[in-house]
Design a protein around this ligand. Structure first.
Ligand code: 5BU
Length: 266
């Protein structure tokens, strides 16, 4: 199956090579799943990735959760992800002014050297995206930004007028892959898709087969519903890494997401 056929209008209108790369990988794996690898030890991360990489199309990290982090261990982990054909996405939620965000891509974790994608809030204004793009070019790499247009957590302050502004500014920016949408609510996702149009991606956390309220204000919606409502990638954490059999869980989420895409474009 070719990515262009499965993804239809999203493939035709995509304005970023990174979006096309994601669509190709997800087509090859028949999975729109981004694994949120929220484990706190390197061995836990290696085990998880070893078990589920055939079923996921991207790897989302929180590098600062890892208790025994070392540059050597992390390099190996990223190599493993690259060999498994995964985009590496650090969910750092940058929010500072452009020049500081640029420097925060360096520092001890040196995010610019291994990430393909990062998240950012647009609360400080659009220059944060230029700061992040400059950081990747500082190390001769390219990357792309997902802007937080919505969040999955209860009571978040990303109100509709703010969402609209984020989309308006982000839509025009070539350094933006797309937007984070609220995967727990298909109706808000639909309205986000209407705002975004077809040329940018929407990736959604807050997805679990078991829908409803999660831990500490997290909320969950159904994976297939999220894709039908316009999500191009479902971000799944505990649904996979806390499952008794992460491999089986990942395969199940992959199937649910793929089914949604085929149905959406069918
Ligand atoms: P969960 O275990 O599937 O609930 O994990 C969700 C992940 O997505 C976790 O890494 C969060 O940091 C991330 N997330 C989120 O849950 N909601 C949001 O609005 C954003 C990110 Br942005």
């Amino acid at each position: 199956m070719e990515a262009a056929d499965v993804w239809g209008v999203r493939w035709q209108k995509a304005d970023s090579p990174m979006a096309r790369r994601f669509m190709e990988v997800s087509t090859a794996k028949q999975s729109l799943v981004c694994l949120a690898a929220d484990r706190t030890t390197m061995s836990g991360l290696f085990d998880l990735l070893g078990a589920v990489s055939p079923y996921v199309a991207a790897l989302k990290t929180h590098v600062d959760l890892v208790e025994d982090w070392s540059p050597e261990g992390w390099t190996k982990f990223c190599e493993m992800a690259n060999e498994a054909n995964l985009l590496i996405f650090e969910d750092r939620k940058f929010a500072d002014i452009g020049k500081i965000s640029r420097r925060q891509m360096g520092g001890i974790y040196d995010i610019r050297s291994w990430s393909d994608l990062v998240t950012a809030h647009l609360i400080s204004g659009p220059d944060v995206v230029d700061g992040l793009q400059t950081a990747w070019s500082d190390v001769n790499r390219t990357g792309s930004v997902l802007l937080l247009a919505q969040m999955s957590s209860r009571g978040n302050l990303l109100h509709p007028a703010y969402t609209e502004e984020v989309v308006r500014l982000g839509k025009e920016h070539p350094g933006v892959l797309g937007f984070i949408g609220n995967g727990s609510q298909p109706s808000s996702l639909k309205s986000l898709r209407d705002m975004v149009g077809e040329s940018k991606m929407i990736w959604t956390p807050g997805v679990n087969i078991q829908t409803g309220d999660g831990e500490m204000g997290q909320r969950y919606g159904d994976p297939t519903e999220a894709v039908l409502a316009g999500a191009d990638c479902i971000i799944v954490g505990s649904g996979i890494h806390m499952a008794e059999h992460p491999e089986k869980a990942a395969a199940m989420y992959a199937e649910a997401s793929w089914k949604g895409l085929l149905q959406r474009n069918g």
